[in-house]
Write a protein that binds this ligand. Structure first.
Ligand code: UD1
Ligand code: CA
Length: 481
């Protein structure tokens, strides 16, 4: 593959058949907008440039595109009015230098299962045959609304005809256009300049470049693929749901074959990118998304939502854990009902118990927060125990501030730490303390009001309310409501 390669992905359409206010390519498949999946596959071929044609919700599509492929030669070409796939490809040409003399790979943003290996094989075949224009076709028992491949008397590709423009005889053809093309840049420019919109949809069809190239006497081939699932285009919510199910079943099969127990594969929604180690047990009702990596012999009891989380070996996630963009070190015990937000880093052997929320919290090895706490913008050392109801008061209405707690501390229940503040090593914080100033190593700190007591106060209180509608009867039982 010495020939320089550019790529164009069309993603400007709204996708009328989705019946959505959201651009079709932004709809998610296995937890990621479908355009992100397409672009990551194409980016592995290293095209320069990689052009995305954007129109509907251009800014969001652009953001997703950048996130998906990172810092490479990605360019967005606007298509102001969606006048068809041919018009969209024309818009993309503005981002490909006139001097570019290589091949252009063109694909659609609504075919999220496309595989890089297939694209590579397709490109090699194009070069092997000395083709001027190739596209990938596939044979379908139910060719539905796909463009039909029309061949001439000797079986050579003559044209692609859209289903809506096809004659009944053409509609019966089973070989369809998947929507992936490879064509020399010069031929592409010439052909796109010649397409017209005299068809059923009054659109400029990219597919017309096939007949135009033939008319110019160029070498045109259809590369027949065998696995049709890979090329399915998403046009409706039903298509989307079907593909989601296919992906899930495939991922689950692969994981189980690799030694992962899925207690109920029907309710395990695991993205294809996720890695899970041997002897890990995944309970029912889980979504595991993004670049999540789960170690070996981990137990996830069930009902969990995890995205971009790294989980060390032998961790246990009890029922109901939500975790995003965080690291959970080995042999930690999380939940039930824990919320680990972005930037949480647990070094290992930690315990984060029920109704504990963490955010941007770096917590050292062996430290615990077992009940009812908020730990945000916190740095906590090793072997420290955070008692029930401890709160880092990190927000002053304008800025977030950091709380630091050292090693081997005992932070008593119901402590508030007013950040920015630092508690040293080996500190004992008495329960109910409000920490407003730094605390030195080894200290006991408390901010208790002295306890006062008034003997007999309660009886006196009730006596003063005799005659009140809620007054207690003689037996002393209150009428609570
Ligand atoms: C297209 C092909 C059809 C093929 C099928 C494969 C054409 C004319 N038809 O049909 O032969 O079998 O894909 O899935 O190309 N888009 C734009 N701007 C536009 C119109 C579309 O950027 O003006 C983008 C859409 O966002 C979408 C892609 O192009 O990602 C394909 O458009 P879509 O309307 O889905 O084409 P199909 O009717 O599926
Ligand atoms: Ca489509």
């Amino acid at each position: 593959m010495d020939q320089p390669l550019a790529a164009i992905i069309l993603a400007a359409g709204l996708g009328t058949r989705m019946r959505s206010d959201r651009a079709k390519v932004l709809h998610e498949l296995a937890g990621e907008p479908m355009i992100g999946r397409v672009l990551r596959a194409v980016a592995t071929l290293n095209p320069h440039p990689l052009v995305v044609v954007v129109g509907h919700q251009a800014d969001q599509v652009r953001d997703v595109a950048h996130r998906a492929v990172g810092p490479r030669d990605l360019r967005c070409a606007p298509q102001s009015e969606q006048r068809g796939t041919g018009d969209a490809a024309r818009c993309a040409l503005t981002e490909i230098p006139e001097t570019f003399a290589g091949d252009v790979l063109i694909g659609y943003g609504d075919m999220p299962r496309i595989d890089p290996g297939t694209l590579r094989a397709f490109i090699d075949d194009h070069h092997g045959r000395g083709a001027d224009l190739s596209f990938i076709s596939v044979e379908l028992d139910v060719p539905a609304a796909y463009g039909r491949v029309v061949r001439d008397a000797v079986g050579a590709v003559a044209a692609i005809v859209e289903a809506r423009d096809a004659t009944p005889a053409q509609l019966a053809f089973k070989e369809i256009n998947t929507g992936i093309y490879l064509v020399g840049a010069a031929l592409l420019r010439t052909a796109l300049a010649q397409i017209r919109n005299d068809n059923a949809q009054r659109e400029f069809y990219l597919t017309d470049i096939v007949a135009i190239a033939r008319a110019h006497g160029r070498r045109v081939f259809a590369w027949r693929a065998h696995d049709d699932a890979e090329f399915a285009g998403i046009n409706s919510r039903e298509d989307l749901a079907r593909m989601e199910t296919q992906i899930r079943e495939e991922v689950n099969r692969r994981l189980m074959a690799a030694g992962v127990t899925l207690i109920d594969p029907a309710t395990a929604y695991i993205a294809p990118e996720v890695e899970i180690g041997r002897d890990t047990i995944i309970g029912p009702n889980v979504r595991i998304l993004g670049r999540t990596r789960i170690g070996a012999s981990v137990v996830i009891e069930g009902t969990a939502w995890l995205r971009d989380v790294t989980i060390g070996d032998r961790c246990q996630l009890k029922i109901c854990v939500r975790a995003e963009d965080c690291v959970i070190g080995e042999e930690s015990e999380i939940g039930p009902f824990a919320n680990l937000r972005a930037g949480t880093e647990l070094e290992g052997h930690n315990r984060i118990g029920n109704f504990v929320e963490t955010k941007k919290a770096r917590i050292g090895r062996g430290s615990k927060a077992s009940h009812l706490s908020y730990l945000g913008d916190a740095v906590i050392g090793r072997e420290t125990n955070v008692g029930c109801g401890v709160i880092t008061v990190n927000y002053d209405g304008y800025d977030k501030h950091v709380t630091r707690i050292g090693d081997r501390c005992m932070v008593g229940c119901d402590t508030q730490l007013i950040a920015p503040v630092k508690v040293g090593d080996d500190v004992y914080v008495a329960s109910g303390t409000t920490i407003v100033r730094d605390v030195e190593d080894g200290a006991l700190v408390m901010s208790h009001h002295p306890q006062r007591e008034k003997a007999g106060w309660t009886a006196n209180w009730h006596r003063r309310h005799a005659g009140h509608p809620k007054a207690r009867s003689d037996s002393g039982n209150g009428a609570a409501d």
